[in-house]
Design a protein around this ligand. Sequence first.
Ligand code: ZN
Length: 422
Amino acid sequence: MTATSSKPAVSVNGTSYQWPKRPVVVVCIDGGDPAYLRQFLQEGAIPNIARFMKEGFSVVADGTVPSFTCPNNMSIITGTPASKHGISGNFYLDTRTGEAVVMTGPELLRGDTIITRFAEAGAKVVSITAKDKLRKQLGKNLDVSKGHVSFSSEFASKCTLKENGIENVLGFVGAPQPDMYSMELSLFVLDAGIKLLEQSHRDIMYLSLTDWVQHKYAPHESEARRFYQEIDKRFGRLVELGAIVALTADHGMNDKSDANGKPKVIWLQDILDRKFGKGDTKVICPITDAFVAHHGALGGFVRVWCRGKATPQQIIEEIRGLPGLESVLDKETACKVHDLPPDREGDVVVISTADVCVGASEADHDLSGLEGHRLRTHGGVSEAKVPFILSAPLNDSYKLKAGAATLKSYQIFDFAINGVAH
Ligand SMILES: [Zn+2]
């Protein structure tokens, strides 16, 4: 292992990170609701995670609200809340054009990523994500020509040295191109991380999985168990290779169907259109991305923009108290309560309860991709509790820090780098 202990600390977005003496691997188990861990710990199905929790450190932390993939991955990789990094959803409304804008461009991410600042300081870093939509933001300003690696398993077969810092990835990992809707898409991310660590020393790795399994299978279902057994084995291997392994999730997951398996949805745009007229308000579902088959673009958090006569106050009065809604907030309150960037916030924020989701117009959501499965999704406060697990115990000062307040998932790099004995 490289003797790197004498290198100076690296400052990123106001937090100082010491130079890690052992490889630090942070894994985002997409959709990794604490309920899955409870189930499989009880069954004894995940011995490596069980050992981390016993010998290392484990709490349930607060993720970023809205509890969606992009905002939380960016919180983790920058070590900051959404109010700082600016990525508060997968989509927001450009009020000048009235168009929904996808928020995955690196130019929309404010501040630096932890891996890029370490790379600039001379560390060897790796970022691998399941879905390509996250890759560019995670790799913002990362110069892959300097021996760093940044790619997605979605496009593993298309990697080039110029774009990704690695090529022939399928041959390197020894696996076929995984399907977009499969658990293999996530396992490939971990297998690639393991291969890279076997090949040479890496200081920091970020491995971000996909939540296809959790959208489709509840904790009691055998496919969910199989997935957790597979990822558990790989976490064990990473520790064998000398890494500090840190596990968190971008969000949890809740079942939002009724007893007959029918999704429980509040069609908010339809309600507002009936009251205020078509075109007067615009509901944006920030969970939307190019791959919505497993959730039909339905989540627990939507934004409403006023485009005509209706005022935020009138909208709030119309919908507050509807069964299935947990909170209806004006922009200022939403930004304050959930630490969100005001310039990308809607005029009204609507959050559903754990068992209900919110959509726009019924006609605009295609639920055929559920193929008879119950709707499981996320986005609200009820899906913002996530695991926060380290494979090694905390040092004394971080024990105090952990005891002082509920941890945020965006502190995971801080704890994995500064909080354990390396
Ligand atoms: Zn996710």
